[in-house]
Design a protein around this ligand. Sequence first.
Ligand SMILES: [Zn+2]
Length: 623
Amino acid sequence: MTESINVSVQDPHSYSNVKEIRTEHLSLDLEINFDNKTLYGVARHKMSVSKANTAIFDINGQVIQKITVGKKGAEKEADFVIGKMDADSVLGQPLVVTIPNGTKYINIYYQTSSRCDALEWVEAKHTASGKFPYVYSQGQAILTRTWIPLQDSPANRFTYDATLHVPKGMMALMSAENPKKKSTDGTYHFEMKLPIPSYLIALTVGDIGYRAFDKRCGVYAEAPMLERAAKEFQDLPQMINAAESLYGPYAWGRYDVIVQHKSFPFGGMENPMLTFINPSIVAGDRSLVSVIAHELAHSWSGNLVTNESWNDFWLNEGFTVYSEHRIMEELYGKELSNTLCEIEHFELGEELKLIAASSHPEDARLYGSLKGRNPDDGMTSVAYVKGAYFLKTLEATVGRKKMDAFVAHYFEQYKFKTIRTEQFHTFLNKNLLYPNNIEFNTDEWFYLEGLPVNSITIKSKRLDLMRIYAKRTNAGEDIFAPVKKVRWILVKGKKKKRKETYTEQLKIKAFITQEWQTYLRNLSLGIDTARLDQIDRYTHFGEANDELKFEWFLLNIKKENRSIRGKLKVFLVETGRRKYILPLYRALCANTKDKAWAKQVFSEAMGGYHSVSRNSIASLFNQ
Ligand SMILES: [Zn+2]
């Protein structure tokens, strides 16, 4: 039996009736079965008591076996109806449970299906250690409903506990207080005692080890990655101190990081107490650790103060990029943080061009218009970088001291709450703009497309130098060729012996990733492919870290230099991070001579991509 249920007025991406009755605490008991890639178990919801006679949950793909009301052991079966799947099956289905007045406990017995987009199951042979299989979840934005039946709206916060049963010899971790060692019987218990939104429930199970940095932070990874990760992220304790000095005490107890499987679709995910990090961040020279600063900053913006709906996503991400840059400045200085700003500003410019030419030009506004669409569409540089530039421009207007006090006040005022853009607007007027008699074009920033003219510009001198190098390359100069020096050696007081020495003009390791990114981004498409091959002989960008590989491959695709296809294919098959693979596939699809090849590569690689990346790329081939 099916019936039509409308999505909630408050949150266009959830069917749940959280205004009438909401989960206060969720208790999970799940068996994780790697043989059939399925979770089996029960989700026990402790509800706020209300007079509602139905409780509506979000589901997507699960098989619901039965639903009961009442405390464990004194349960009575309840009637339920599963509503219609939405037209494009993004939101899933409403699960409507009929409940007696004053119901406190609703228990949903279920199992996941093959349509579980949150979970990525990895076979043992595709893991770093090769011994055990691996599974992880990605909840944001609305994927938690594919592995747990729940009210999947960021508008509601709740605490949770979980008991997970996994095969012996494997470690299970969640966004909660975590074990440091493997359990002997494969059973793990977790507690998240602070209220979080549903998208922050997360799990990982694999052959995982742990290395502590200090009493409150450390890193988890598969054994072959553990040492390298510990070295790369060794500044983590100082990062936490820097963040606390800016925004007040860290609220969540422990802060650990797990280096995820290479298929992880994002650079990082701020799951509380256990940030998920893409292995591409372990670059070997700490040049990409700003991603850790970003995820850490989410401990305030996003996890403590949360967007009420996905239309307000910029409140999570804009504040986080802004805070990330402040943390990086505290630790590594202004010049480096300016470098990051400039790099991201360029990316925003590129994305704004794509958005302006798309069927949704309104996506260039900070306040999102995602009703009826996949909220994943709002995960663009607009929320992140335009959001951060709004705050940076505000800071430049009011001064850093007032801005710091304002941001700390905002986190304090809204901690463990959710907030809408219009509420933030009122808070901003009341606490910063009106008291200081400042006129600011907030409406333009929030509700209009593009970047307002008062947006500040941030320039890095380090990147200026790289632009000069690119200009020289574009003009035909071989800037990498070693410089020959000839000396005459005196023999018995007379110039006799000629000696030639060669000195490298540019050492690759003398510059950080962002500098080479800028060099590559400023190379003209007018230079010939022979020149690109010559550059590669000196630099080996095609074998560098993932960030540089990506820039290098993108440039070569645009230049139709197909000699890179071998390495490019390996990269596309081995990497799951959407930031890299989506633009590469997009560039390949833009050329009819490359599209068929790209489709072939995608068909081979897609089984190893998380659904988040896979679905985005599949849409390129459907256009
Ligand atoms: Zn973020």
